[in-house]
Design a binder for this molecule. Sequence first.
Ligand SMILES: *Cc1c(COP(=O)(O)O)cnc(C)c1O
Length: 218
Amino acid sequence: MGLAEIMSRLHAAERAAGRDEGSVTLIAVSKVQPAERVLAVLEQGHKVFGENYVQEAAAKWPAWRDRFDAVKLHMIGPLQTNKAKLAVELFDAIHTLDRPSLAQKLAGLQQARGALPQLFVQVNTGEEPQKAGVLPSELTAFLRDCRAMELSPIGLMCIPPEDQDSTPHFAMLAKMAADHGLGALSMGMSGDFEAAIAHGATHVRVGSAIFGARAYPV
Ligand SMILES: *Cc1c(COP(=O)(O)O)cnc(C)c1O
């Protein structure tokens, strides 16, 4: 596949859903990809990338940002509280606000710095015990607590269970976002981004379909 094909499929999905071209942001997920594959996509002019690990991103992206203008980096992996400070310096958006201790840490960083990356709250729509994310039943209280700390998440994010049809999870996330007045929806990966767009995704996170299979699974 590659960037051009994914972009044309994304635009077709926008049209099919009756949505404006450009209404969906393609986050090219570059975690653990060889540098030459990421450079090829940067050279094609793509600007928005996703990473899962703070340290990996900190090692790779400062040099690429010196070479390529206006790159935006999205943190899409679990964020440890002790990496939050580095993460807010490195990333333009964090998709994985998923617990009170991280909210508290981010609120403190916001006070100290005056600003934060855009925030998405990760929701564990499948209620999987091993997966990060706020449970659907806890979302209202979590958002209330975030707002009390002066955090203003712009949207919700989910990673549906691997062994299930994603579409009910996308529909659930869209409904929860609408109920809470949140405009941004981070959902959809290589295998299901078109379905996510049909359900209102504003940000899709696509890795292997752009770059090829990762060298090792993560
Ligand atoms: C790795 C990852 C992706 C990209 O997965 P692909 O199947 O390669 O598109 C998207 N979202 C999250 C949270 C990821 O960890």
